[in-house]
Design a protein around this ligand. Sequence first.
Ligand SMILES: [Zn+2]
Ligand SMILES: [Zn+2]
Length: 255
Amino acid sequence: MEVNRSQQKGLCGLATQDSALPLNGVGANGETAESITHARREYLAEIYRLQSSTDEPVTTTAVAVRLEVSPPAVVRMIRRLSLEGYLRRQPYKGVRLTPEGEREALKSIRRHRLLEAFLVTVMKFGWDEVHEHAHGMESVINEQFEDRMDELAGYPKRCPHGDPIPSKDGQMPAINDVSLAATPLGTEGVIRRIRNHTPDKLRYLAEHQLVPGAAITLLNRAPFNGPVRLKAPNGEHVLGAEMANDLFIEIGRGA
Ligand SMILES: [Zn+2]
Ligand SMILES: [Zn+2]
């Protein structure tokens, strides 16, 4: 199956690529217990993302496409995760996370987003660079490292792209925002999240100061999925519909 490897869409910590997942639990290069756990968590995190937009079970095919691994490998891992109590299987339909599975998925998501926050706040990387770095580092850090990053980054509540960081005890903070594509004209609000992590798009938004925390007013939207015009403190901007779709706004000035 052709999969676009340059695609970087999805919530932070969830869209993955180039995932070389140890599937048999015995790494050829001596993977530790931590890395095996990481492979499991990566599956669970991906299933978390897939199930969060639907009430339907998540199919093997969907997981295989997202993680870029073969369906038989996904079937094996799903069988194992079900036996371990992380997934509930619905025959011929797919899987949903059990509460235990959700807890593990949130650990993986927390680690990814914390890494991103740390890389920007402490190491001064650009927000367009950190998704890839974080993805590569998730499997090689431990809990102590994670706690230290949290402290040094000032206990961040969100990643640099605005996605909420689950708490250490596994709670995903509630978010209250809406896509700019679905916002009524005249809406005043504050940019909270950018769903697309493609580096050139992030750089474009940063150049125009359309970043989390920026106050905007939606002035106009052209018909038939046309561009939107918005006002920000530094002037007016026009964004394509696709970009508008990926900007999430918390409505209200007090936000
Ligand atoms: Zn990310
Ligand atoms: Zn992020």
